[in-house]
Write a protein that binds this ligand. Structure first.
Ligand code: 5GP
Length: 209
């Protein structure tokens, strides 16, 4: 069985990354797709773990080689998802999680019809602004841009399959895990198992009388 691609999106500061990391600790058959970015590394971030931090030239070369499944300029920096990583993992049966912006998610939606789209929203816009200010990871200009971009992202929720409103991180992690488990046991994804019993169709007529 092929793996499932889960696309997590939502405004910066809603808690996506924390939810994704929490779920990865709990679930064995899910892996995180590490994106490429030109954004400067934040304190505590590790190259090859949180992102592959690369220069604009390197990023451009990768786009020219069509290495990205999707890429976007987000809050003034470039971010891209490795096409090879996603395709190879999914074909090996591994479920893959992406943490990408809404535009990137809509791009993936056009290409991969059976991917699952999960939006992570803050409990309120006010709370989102407070969280962004408190984490001190951006300067004033960048902060303003992230808040403006959040408005556009929040207006796109209807395009997604699931909505996690992040009131409580543990509950949100549980919700993401539930989505991942439920998607795996959908009949529409269990063709092989369903197929085994198809020939019972005619036989079972007698029994059901
Ligand atoms: P941050 O700089 O806070 O780590 O991420 C900023 C935004 O970029 C977040 O919304 C994050 O989901 C998004 N992002 C991270 N990697 C990718 C990617 O590969 N593609 C796209 N489109 N967005 C990404």
């Amino acid at each position: 069985m092929e793996g499932i691609l889960f696309v997590m999106s939502g405004p910066s500061g809603a808690g996506k990354t924390t939810i994704v990391k929490g779920s990865l600790n709990e679930l064995e058959d899910v892996e995180f797709s590490i994106s490429y970015t030109t954004r400067p590394r934040r304190k505590g971030e590790r190259n090859g773990k949180d992102y592959f931090f690369i220069s604009e030239e390197e990023f451009k070369a990768l786009t020219e080689k069509k290495e990205f499944l999707e890429w976007q300029a987000v809050h003034g920096h470039l971010y891209g998802t490795s096409k090879h990583y996603v395709r190879s993992k999914v074909s090996l049966g591994v479920n893959v999680l992406l943490d990408i912006d809404v535009k990137g998610a809509m791009n993936v939606k056009k290409q991969i019809k059976d991917a699952v789209f999960v939006f992570v929203a803050p409990p309120s816009f006010k709370e989102l602004k407070e969280r962004l200010v408190k984490r001190h990871t951006e300067n004033q200009k960048e902060l303003k841009k992230r808040i403006e971009d959040a408005k556009h992202e929040l207006s796109q929720i209807a395009e997604f399959d699931y909505l996690i409103v992040n009131h409580d991180i543990q509950q949100s992690i549980k919700q993401l895990e539930s989505i991942i488990i439920a998607e795996q046991i959908k009949v529409s994804r269990r063709g092989e198992f369903v197929g085994k019993y198809k020939f019972f169709k005619g036989v079972s007529k007698e029994a059901s009388r």
